[in-house]
Design a protein around this ligand. Sequence first.
Ligand SMILES: NC(=O)c1ccc[n+]([C@@H]2O[C@H](COP(=O)([O-])OP(=O)(O)OC[C@H]3O[C@@H](n4cnc5c(N)ncnc54)[C@H](O)[C@@H]3O)[C@@H](O)[C@H]2O)c1
Ligand SMILES: [Zn+2]
Length: 405
Amino acid sequence: MARFTLPRDIYHGRGTLAVLKELRGHRAMICVGGSTMKKYGFLDKAIAYLREAGMEVEVFGGIEPDPSVETVMRGAEAMLKFQPDWIVAMGGGSPIDAAKAMWVKYEYPEIEFEDMVKVFGLPRLRQKAHFVAIPSTSGTATEVTAFAVITDYQKGIKYPMADFEITPDIAIVDAELADTMPPKLVAHTGMDAMTHAVEAYVSTCAGSYTDGMALLAIEMIKDDLVDSYNGDLKKRGCMHDAQCLAGMAFSNALLGIVHSMAHKTGAVFEDLGAHIIHGAANAMYLPKVIAYNAKVESAAKRYEVIAYHMGIAGATTEESVQNLIAYLRKMNDELNIPQCIKNYGADSYPCEQGFVPETVFLERLPEIAKNAIADACTGSNPRQPNQEEMEKLLKCCYYDLEVDF
Ligand SMILES: NC(=O)c1ccc[n+]([C@@H]2O[C@H](COP(=O)([O-])OP(=O)(O)OC[C@H]3O[C@@H](n4cnc5c(N)ncnc54)[C@H](O)[C@@H]3O)[C@@H](O)[C@H]2O)c1
Ligand SMILES: [Zn+2]
């Protein structure tokens, strides 16, 4: 049975944070990351609005980027003490994802983390609280998705939680929160959103309910991302909406192997001093995966439709696919994102010799490929890679080689 699930309400546009005044309840717990929301005044505004609604408010702060299982457990404990009937998560994907996981543990204190990450295996939520998500980055779209990503640092593994139970009740997509993003964050989260939309459109689970949103998101990101990166705040607002549309599509159509590869390469070189940031990994791998998937005719036709909607279609399907690949690579250049792992510096910018040495990459390649194949996002990719193909594909992503298989 196919299912299409979104938040009950999505408020969008500048100033919509004020809708918090309209909530009806007793106690709201606000979950935030480091200091960004406080620094720019959004946390104080949210507190004031919720108090205006007659609610008692408590803040759970300090949620780190790529949140840990321990943070989730601490947050759930704070919720058990405070007994909120609203959870209000504000910030980037990290605090919102963490708050989703805290919500599950708050509703079911006995549940173990291993059971929380069973795909589509969560018990019914909303027995104790409803959930509002307010994004301050323009990429993950976790405010509308059925996913959360939590990291078990002891095992060194990122666990995706996936269940429509954790799709928020209310999303507030207020572009004012995105104004303060530094350019690098705009670039990475924006290409994450582009990858969500492209992967959702070619996913084997794509269909009439998701295609329109995916295509529109792609058009908008093509038109708005680079200008937003260069400081155009009107376009920044368009990107905030575009990433949300992409999220609505991929939450229901799922993703593909760009994400499988990004998940498994993100933290695996951490001992060398850096992460490969999620959005940057997607940006580097997407053109390679398009070339690989396009060997399947039905996928190639879908990429052709994307190229048509972007206004870059060629005379043949093959030419359209090539134009799409070239366009995405041009965007990477304009956004100062490298084209391959070899040129990925520890600061995420392009450089001659990146932070991942060739020898280390080759040594870890078989394990990375195996893990990428096993990733939850691989199942909905239009072409299923075997170990040899995945290794070849990852090599193309390391050396920036043409994909000819
Ligand atoms: N749930 C999903 O559907 C989904 C999808 C894709 C990725 N993810 C996960 O989301 C996380 C990444 O989220 P993210 O890319 O939004 O970044 P993030 O939440 O990790 O934040 C990155 C940094 O940006 C800062 N920041 C956030 N908003 C800002 C603003 N408006 N101005 C200035 N600085 C700001 C934060 O303080 C932080 O230091 C990863 O853990 C990733 O795995 C989740
Ligand atoms: Zn992503």
